[in-house]
Design a protein around this ligand. Structure first.
Ligand SMILES: [Zn+2]
Length: 437
């Protein structure tokens, strides 16, 4: 893209969050300007607010981009997704363990080939950006080379991404296993090379308790202690057969959560996908540790795993954010993910308001990943990763949006009827990186 003045004023409807709106849409939790301004200089947010109040003071020269009635939002943040499962999405499998054995592991075996890994990483990032997701926490495979390819492709695009090589030393095919010592050495070297390298961060990534020996989980805990700013990323309590298996494998543990706790894997910047079948005690214990949950509704419904309990998580003070979990999840779109999350809440007689759903797809992710000082909202000084959503992207959306009176009504329409067709543009550090419209 040609470089003009390094300051650009974006005019449109602007929404971002300052805190969790909770169940009742706390009025000070968000800021919204129907005719707003987002001023971006050198890839960072310089100002945000009302166009009429701020436009007289624009710098000169200044590029101006008019977005009409489209909605400017911080880029979506997906805290749990598997890049090697791009080619598994919408495959069969009756449940988690069956799906892993018959679809996921065979697809992951191909990532021994770094050329394949690079091609998939590139397609995967194109797909994320087309869907308006500018940051994700990404699981790789057991192969060190594959995650190196992912990091390099993300770095070339100047994206803020978190990723990790999967640790898996048992209960998986021969060519998808590392060893406790080998996995620790690879992880250590990957952390040294990639953690805080430009906009990239490393996550220590045991796949889940059943595929790591006690020795391997202990080594992951040691690494977590040695590198306190590194993230931790895994799965927890997704499926009842899985939980029974964990009980057999770790008979001394009080619960599935207790396995991770005993090995020092619960702390701030630790994200556990699913967390469906936890009791109140485990939720409180997890909340107290600072670890957070990734709520993956399309995956939980597709694999029949269960319903994430928003009210119980809130009652325990357990933080969570929305995530796609592709390829158990069925869409790269955080809009479609919000829609399924809304329905999961309905099934439990709970409420997920449209405002809170958008919070869970933006600022909530930044917070659980420890990146809230850089991304996920529009405070001055944050990085200008943002998206432009078109509330009239399809004839039906245009028709219904014309009837919507309130912000909540407009957001509900976007999340229920929207998908990647609504993402007019995705900007990374102030530069437009997609041309969907
Ligand atoms: Zn997953």
């Amino acid at each position: 893209m040609a470089h003009r003045a390094d300051v650009t004023a974006h005019r449109g409807a602007v929404l971002h969050f300052r805190s969790d709106p909770g169940e009742h849409d706390a009025p000070d939790s968000y800021e919204y300007w129907e005719d707003g301004l987002l001023l971006v200089r050198d890839g960072k947010v310089e100002k945000v607010g009302d166009w009429a109040a701020l436009s007289a003071g624009l710098p000169d020269p200044c590029n101006v981009v008019m977005h009409g009635c489209k909605l400017l939002l911080p880029g979506f943040i997906d805290p749990h997704i598997h890049f090697p499962q791009t080619d598994v999405i919408a495959s069969g499998g009756h449940n988690l363990l069956d799906w892993l054995e018959h679809y996921t592991f065979p697809a992951e075996q191909r990532f021994a080939d770094t050329t394949h890994a690079r091609e998939v990483a590139s397609f995967f990032l194109d797909e994320l950006l087309a869907n308006g997701t500018t940051t994700a926490q990404v699981l790789g495979t057991v192969h060190r080379g594959a995650i190196e390819e992912f990091f390099q492709v993300a770095k070339d695009r100047r994206l803020r991404m978190i990723a990790g090589k999967v640790l898996m030393d048992r209960n998986s095919p021969d060519d998808l296993r590392d060893t406790a010592a080998g996995g620790e050495l690879d992880t250590r070297e990957l952390i040294e090379k990639w953690h805080d390298n430009d906009r990239l961060h490393y996550a220590i990534t045991p796949r889940f308790a059943p595929t790591s020996s006690a020795d391997q989980l202990a080594s992951a805990g040691r690494l977590a202690q040695e590198y306190p700013t590194v993230l931790i990323h895994s799965h927890l309590a997704e499926n009842r057969d899985e939980i029974a298996w964990v009980r057999e494998l770790f008979p001394d543990s009080q619960s599935y959560l207790d396995v991770y706790d005993r090995f020092g894997l619960l702390r701030e910047r630790a994200t556990y996908a699913h967390c469906l079948h936890l009791d109140a005690q485990d939720r409180r214990r997890m909340a107290a540790s600072g670890a957070a949950a990734a709520f993956c509704p399309t995956s939980n419904l597709y694999l029949g795993s269960g319903l994430f309990d928003i009210a119980a998580s809130d009652a325990a003070g357990l933080r969570f954010a929305l995530a796609t979990d592709v390829g158990g999840g069925t869409s790269f779109s955080m809009l479609k993910t919000m829609s399924e999350g809304y329905k999961v809440a309905q099934m439990l007689g709970q409420r997920l308001s449209p405002l809170r759903a958008f919070y869970l797809a933006t600022l909530a992710g930044a917070r659980i990943l420890g990146l809230q000082d850089r991304i996920g909202h529009f405070a001055p000084g944050t990085e200008a990763d943002f998206i432009v959503l078109d509330p009239a992207a399809t004839p039906l959306l245009a028709r219904r949006s014309a009837q919507a009176l309130t912000l909540s009504e407009r957001l509900l329409l976007l999340l229920v009827l929207g998908d990647d067709r609504c993402v007019s543009s995705t900007y990374v550090l102030g530069e437009r990186v997609t041309r969907n419209s």
